[in-house]
Design a protein around this ligand. Structure first.
Ligand code: GDP
Ligand code: MG
Length: 441
């Protein structure tokens, strides 16, 4: 999706006559990309209008960066859609007072998994949290909850003999209220489809336990059904919040936008995996970034920024088409700092090949040896383009001796550097071209 939207915007900015017709064509392309990502048809219509009215094409000053402006308009409109500023107050449990949370959703949506995640979330914030299994429909449901809860050391309640879910729910909630629990989460059953029996059950349980908050759990891969489904649940159970699960999967998450828009209910958390810690507070901007395909980049940028890496000079150098041996040394130590080597090295151009076929331990030994070699160099050698070594090969022998490595390894290091310097030269050239092109716009 992100690629298509960015491509559409690029097409527009590249086309020589940047007229309103080209702008309309671009909006059309963006809208069809959004439809493909399962954003609801009607919503896309609304979005189209708001983008058009927020970017008044005729009145744009000739020197503004149109691409940036349009991208920002698309981004802002999508954020508005997932962040509806609901009239309902956000759920805010208080310590020393019981709060009952009830989960609803179809079978397989992730209710039982999310219950445990949520209980742990509150537990780690100092609340006394517990779980009640009111799923008497699916065989094995109580066992599943029991296992999850036991692993996470969360008290639970359920019954293998009672078949009325409302009765079990009431018993559990009353028991835990007496025991002064502060967060009591009631797991309910689902069905493969929306059906009357499920909706009747939801109402019965709600009447029995009077939840302070009902949360609908929605699978991120729900797609175009999201609107109808969340509406049907909302009409019966009037939930006050949504949790989207399986956002770690391939689904583009457009359905989530539709669910929020259809019910005016906020997404409070997202599930990002099967593990109990895989629960994140929902952040509209981050979610839209991911929808637009900017997620990974943003994550990497944040990660890199948080590490205070020696990046500035290298970036400046690359922009100029220069890459010194010292730049290579800084990059190597950056990779060491970033951790899971295999993942990080793959993100840095020119580094993935070097680490190929090595596990994290072997890779990190190799990196360390490369850094030792660099650290045996003089300042003059480090700030050079590396040719100094081919001109005076005895320098390599000295470095191998000083760093406890071999001449062969020093040669490999310099070959690696040469390759990266070549890439920097190309990239630097490209950047200049881009800057020149932008200046001409
Ligand atoms: P329920 O029927 O609504 O109670 O759904 P479950 O909690 O039993 O979950 C159904 C399946 O989805 C299980 O295999 C879970 O491990 C999986 N699941 C739940 N949440 C997530 C998530 O955020 N990411 C991934 N990858 N799997 C999830
Ligand atoms: Mg379940």
């Amino acid at each position: 999706l992100g690629r298509r939207i960015n491509a559409a915007v690029s097409d527009l900015t590249r086309s020589s006559n940047l007229d309103e017709k080209a702008f309309d064509g671009m909006i059309k392309e963006i809208c069809s990309a959004l439809l493909e990502a399962d954003v609801n048809v009607r919503l896309v219509g609304v979005l189209r209008k708001s983008i058009k009215s927020s970017v008044n094409f005729k009145e744009l000053a000739p020197n503004v960066n149109k691409k940036r402006l349009i991208q920002k308009a698309v981004f802002d409109e999508l954020v508005k859609l997932v962040d509806p500023h609901p009239h309902t107050k956000p759920f805010n449990p208080k310590k020393g007072k019981p709060s009952v949370i009830m989960m609803v959703g179809l079978q397989g949506a992730g209710k039982t998994t999310t219950c445990t995640k949520l209980a742990r979330h509150y537990q780690s914030r100092g609340f006394k949290a517990c779980l009640v299994c009111a799923d008497t429909f699916r065989a094995g449901a109580f066992d599943q909850l029991k296992q999850n809860a036991t692993k996470a050391k969360i008290p639970y309640y359920g019954s293998l003999t009672q078949t009325d879910p409302a009765v079990v729910a009431k018993e559990g909630v009353e028991k835990f209220k007496k025991e002064k629990f502060e967060i009591i989460i009631v797991d309910t059953s689902g069905r493969h489809r929306q059906e009357d029996a499920l909706f009747q059950e939801m109402v019965d349980i709600q009447t029995a336990v009077k939840p302070d908050q009902t949360i609908m759990v929605l699978d991120a891969s729900i797609g175009q059904q999201a609107e109808a489904q969340s509406k049907a649940f909302y009409d019966t159970a009037a939930f006050g919040a949504i949790i989207i699960t399986k956002t770690d999967g391939h689904a583009s998450g457009g359905g989530a936008i539709s669910a929020v828009a259809a019910t005016g209910t906020p997404i409070v958390f997202i599930g990002t995996g099967e593990h109990i810690l895989d629960l994140e507070r929902f952040a509209p901007e981050k979610f839209v970034q991911k929808l637009l395909g900017m997620g990974d980049i943003q994550g990497l940028v944040e990660h890199v920024q948080s590490l205070k890496l020696d990046q500035k000079d290298t970036m400046k150098h690359i922009a100029e088409g220069v890459f010194t041996v010292r730049d290579l040394r800084d990059q190597l130590s950056n990779i060491m700092k970033m951790g899971p080597l295999s993942k990080m090295a793959g993100m840095i151009p020119g580094m993935s090949g070097m680490m190929q076929g090595m596990d994290d331990e072997e890779g990190s030994i190799k990196l360390k040896r490369m850094i030792y070699m660099c650290d045996s160099m003089t300042a003059k050698e480090l700030d050079s383009d590396g040719k100094i070594f081919t001109e005076q090969p005895t320098r390599m022998t000295r470095i191998a001796g000083g760093s406890g490595t071999s001449v062969r390894e020093v040669e490999d290091l310099l070959t690696q550097h040469k390759m990266m310097a070549g890439m920097a030269k190309k990239m630097g050239g490209n950047m200049k071209n881009i800057q020149r092109a932008q200046g001409a716009m």
